[in-house]
Design a protein. Structure first.
Length: 451
C-alpha cells in the first residue's frame, strides 16, 4: 500500500511539473485522456447550457405518448468523431435540423469553459457538419512546429495558428500579401521565416529595403536582386515590369490555342507551361513601404508616383507571370498618397502584428472583418510575434511564427545560395556579395553581377 502511494505521488508530481514546464508533453501523456473524458461526460449538459440543443421531433413525442414512456428531452448535435491531436482535440458534429453553423461559432467561448479547454474554434466542413478544434494549452506561448508538414511549391509553412494547425503562405492561392506591425512587433521574424522557407525552393527572391539594406542584406546570398534606396528601387521595379511583359509574350507564344488542343492544356499563366520552358517565379519583398511613398520635393514626388504605379501594375498583372508581392510596413493608409489604397486592394493576404492604434488595424482588416480588427488591437506588447492573419474571404485566425534568429536565416540562405537563379532582366541588381564576411557591400545598381 505504501509503495502504491509513493507511485501515485510520483505520477501526480510528474504531471504537475510537466503541466508547468512542458505543457505539450503534459498534454500528450496525461491531458488528452482527461480532456476526452471531460468532453464525453459534459457534452450533453454543456450543449444544453450553451443553447445548442433542439426540442424533440414530433414523431418522438408521439412515440413516447403511444408507448407511455417519459417525454424525451432536447437533443444535442450528434458526435461524428472525436480525434486527439498533438495540441488538443478535434470534435466533428452533425447538426440537428434547424441549427446553423453560426450558432456553434457564437458559443465557442462558452464551450471552452464547459469542456475545460484552453481554446475552441469552429468551422463548417459542409452543410450540416461543423468541426470544433479545441486546444489543451497555449500553443502560441512556445511555438513548436510539427515534425510532419505538408510542403508544396510556393507554399510555405510560416507560423502556428491558435488552434494548433500550421499556417501556410500559399502564393498560388493568395498571390500578394500585406504585413503590418509596429516596431518590435515581430514583422522581421515573420519575414525571415518567409525567406527561410522560400530559400529551398526554385524561386527568385527580390528585396527592396530602403533602410540601407540592414534587414535584407545579410540574406543577400539567396537574393537575385536587391535595392537599398529609392532610386535603385524604382529602376528595379520598372525592370520587373519589363520582365513581366516578356513573360506574357512567352505565354502568348505557347498558349497552344487550337481546335485539337484540350482546354486543360491551354496556357494562361506560367504554371500551365511545360516545366522546361516555365519562367522562374519571383517573390518581391518590400521591407518598409512607407519609405517608397514618402517625398520631400517635386522630384521625389515624381519618383514616388512612378514607384507606386509600378507596384500597382505588378499587383494587378503579376500573378499570371509568376510575380508575387510581399509588402511590409508599420502603416499603410491613404496618408501615404495617391495609389496606396488601390495597391492595398490588390493585396489579398493580410497579416497584422501588434499595432499602435485602431486605425492601423483598420488598414489591414477594416474591409475584411471587424472581429479581426478587434483581435489585432488586443495583442499585448509582451508577446512579440503574435499576429492576426486573414484574407478577403473574411476568415481570420491568431498566429505566431517560430523564432528564427538572423544567424539561422543567414545560414539557410548560404546553404541554398546555389539555388539563386540568374534572371537576365535583373542581373544589374544582383547584390555583389563579398567572399569575406566582414566585407562592406553597397547594394546599388551595377553593370556586373557577382555570385
Amino acid at each position: 500500500m505504501a509503495r502504491l502511494s509513493v507511485v501515485l505521488l510520483l505520477v501526480v508530481a510528474t504531471a504537475l511539473v510537466l503541466r508547468w514546464r512542458r505543457p505539450a508533453w503534459y498534454w500528450m501523456t496525461f491531458g488528452v485522456t482527461f480532456a476526452a473524458l471531460r468532453v464525453s461526460v459534459r457534452y450533453a449538459s454543456g450543449m444544453d447550457a450553451c443553447g445548442l440543443t433542439v426540442p424533440p421531433s414530433r414523431w418522438r413525442l408521439a412515440l413516447s405518448r403511444m408507448s407511455n414512456r417519459p417525454t424525451p428531452g432536447p437533443r444535442a448535435p450528434r458526435i461524428l468523431r472525436l480525434r486527439p491531436t498533438r495540441t488538443g482535440l478535434v470534435l466533428r458534429l452533425k447538426l440537428r435540423p434547424g441549427q446553423d453553423a453560426f450558432d456553434v461559432s457564437a458559443t465557442t467561448d462558452r464551450l471552452r469553459h464547459s469542456f475545460g479547454m484552453y481554446g475552441v474554434t469552429a468551422r463548417e466542413i459542409r452543410s450540416g457538419v461543423v468541426e470544433l478544434r479545441m486546444t489543451g494549452y497555449d500553443v502560441l506561448k512556445r511555438v513548436q512546429m510539427p515534425a510532419k508538414i505538408d510542403r508544396a511549391p510556393m507554399r510555405i509553412p510560416v507560423a502556428l495558428r491558435e488552434d494548433g494547425a500550421v499556417h501556410y503562405r500559399d502564393y498560388r492561392a493568395v498571390p500578394h500579401g500585406l504585413t503590418l506591425g509596429a516596431t518590435e512587433s515581430g514583422k522581421s521574424v515573420y519575414q525571415r521565416n518567409l525567406v527561410a522557407g522560400l530559400a529551398a525552393q526554385d524561386v527568385a527572391l527580390v528585396g527592396i529595403d530602403c533602410k540601407q539594406g540592414v534587414e535584407l542584406f545579410p540574406l543577400a546570398r539567396r537574393f537575385s536582386a536587391l535595392a537599398d534606396n529609392q532610386d535603385t528601387a524604382l529602376d528595379l521595379l520598372e525592370a520587373l515590369v519589363s520582365h513581366m511583359e516578356s513573360v506574357y509574350q512567352l505565354i502568348r507564344e505557347q498558349q497552344r490555342i487550337s481546335v485539337n488542343i484540350p482546354d486543360a492544356e491551354i496556357a494562361a499563366d506560367i504554371w500551365d507551361l511545360a516545366e522546361d520552358m516555365r519562367p522562374t517565379p519571383v517573390v518581391v519583398l518590400v521591407d518598409e513601404v512607407a519609405e517608397l511613398a514618402l517625398f520631400a520635393s517635386k522630384e521625389e514626388e515624381k519618383r514616388r508616383d512612378r514607384i507606386i504605379t509600378a507596384l500597382v501594375r505588378l499587383a494587378q498583372l503579376g500573378r499570371a507571370a509568376g510575380i508575387y508581392l510581399e509588402i511590409c510596413g508599420q502603416r499603410f493608409g491613404s496618408e501615404l498618397g495617391n495609389g496606396i489604397t488601390m495597391l492595398r486592394a490588390q493585396l489579398t493576404g493580410r497579416t497584422a502584428h501588434r499595432v499602435n492604434d485602431e486605425t492601423s488595424a483598420n488598414m489591414a482588416f477594416g474591409d475584411i472583418s471587424p472581429d479581426a480588427v478587434l483581435a489585432a488591437i488586443q495583442i499585448p506588447t509582451d508577446t512579440p510575434g503574435i499576429a492576426v492573419a486573414g484574407d478577403s474571404t473574411g476568415g481570420w485566425s491568431r498566429i505566431r511564427a517560430p523564432h528564427t534568429s538572423l544567424r539561422e536565416a543567414v545560414n539557410l540562405c548560404s546553404k541554398y545560395a546555389d539555388r539563386t537563379p540568374d534572371l537576365p532582366a535583373l542581373a544589374a541588381f544582383r547584390p555583389a556579395v563579398s567572399p569575406s564576411a566582414s566585407g562592406a557591400v553597397r547594394l546599388t545598381k551595377a553593370s556586373t553581377a557577382t555570385a
